[in-house]
Design a protein around this ligand. Structure first.
Ligand code: PAF
Length: 283
């Protein structure tokens, strides 16, 4: 496994592989490090679709708002590298902020429209602009054939698909299933912020999504709103702060009676940790 900190070194390595093999398939797994089994599942998927797997590790400052956890976001490079070596990644790209953004703040922005303003975008209004910018840069730097993103960040995945389509990157975007702990909690780097007592109640998030799914599957469309309100109240009554608990169709639009593919999405504060989860529902 080779590790590069500069764009020039990374591209020189990728070019030499491309010179050696016609139609070389490059897979990209963008991460912010602090890797867990969810990230490793993305690497495993990338290996099935590509000859060379590039994993980027970059805590991207443009996707953190003022007062968010950019400075304290866990940086665990040595452990990440050990996991990636075991997982069979070929190349790790771990640039500095200056390498990615020689001009800071950058002049160019990537705005993602309405899809970036709902759900997480309501409380993190600039977050997806930063995600779109850094993912667009990584796409241009690596020029992958395939890129893998986790479905835990369902809204992010939808926004990246839109970026790929509207800016004509032509990359195959694969959404990977959520990896969960045995008790159902979706794996996330931010689970590390949970104290033991908060970790004990966090599985209620997934349990709630499962109950909503069961109810929606047997309900009429007119009752969806009541179901969502009931479970919102249940989470609040447990002392949790619900940022959102919403039902959308799989294009992240308000569902209509004709929609068959739905998704229930939530962000819940459990202590200091803001945890995301979602569950797809096929009617
Ligand atoms: O999902 C993440 O870890 C980040 O948002 C991403 C896609 C690596 C962009 O910084």
């Amino acid at each position: 496994m080779k590790i590069f900190n500069t764009i020039a070194e990374l591209q020189s390595e990728l070019n030499s592989h491309r010179d050696e093999k016609i139609a070389l398939k490059v897979g990209l797994v963008p991460t912010m490090g602090n890797l867990h089994k969810g990230h490793i599942s993305l690497v495993n998927i990338a290996r099935q679709h590509a000859d060379i797997v590039v994993v980027s590790i970059f805590v991207n400052p443009t996707q953190f708002g003022v007062g968010e956890d950019f400075d304290s976001y866990p940086r665990t490079l040595d452990d990440d590298l050990a996991q990636l070596k075991t997982a069979g990644a070929d190349i790790v790209f771990a640039p500095s902020v200056n390498e990615m953004y020689p001009t800071y703040p950058p002049n160019v922005q990537v705005l993602s429209g309405g899809m970036a303003q709902i759900l997480c975008g309501k409380s993190r209004p600039t977050h997806f602009d930063g995600v779109g910018l850094v993912v667009g840069k990584l796409f241009n730097i690596v020029r992958p054939d395939v890129a893998i993103f986790g479905k835990k960040d369902y809204q992010q995945l939808a926004i990246i698909r839109q970026l790929n389509d509207e800016l004509n990157f032509g990359i195959k975007i694969i959404g990977a299933e959520i990896v969960r702990a045995d008790d159902g909690l979706a794996l996330s780097s931010r689970n590390g912020y949970l104290t033991p007592d908060k970790r004990a109640i966090a599985p209620v998030i997934n349990q709630t999504l499962q109950k909503i799914k069961a109810d929606i599957l047997t309900a009429d469309f007119e009752n969806y709103a009541n179901i969502m309100q009931k479970y919102h109240n249940d989470l609040t009554n447990l002392g949790l702060t619900v940022d959102y608990l919403e039902l959308y169709n799989d294009r992240l639009q308000a569902p209509t009676p004709d929609d068959k593919n739905l998704v229930v999405l939530t962000a819940v504060f459990v202590g200091k940790a803001r945890l995301l989860d979602n569950l797809e529902i096929t009617l």
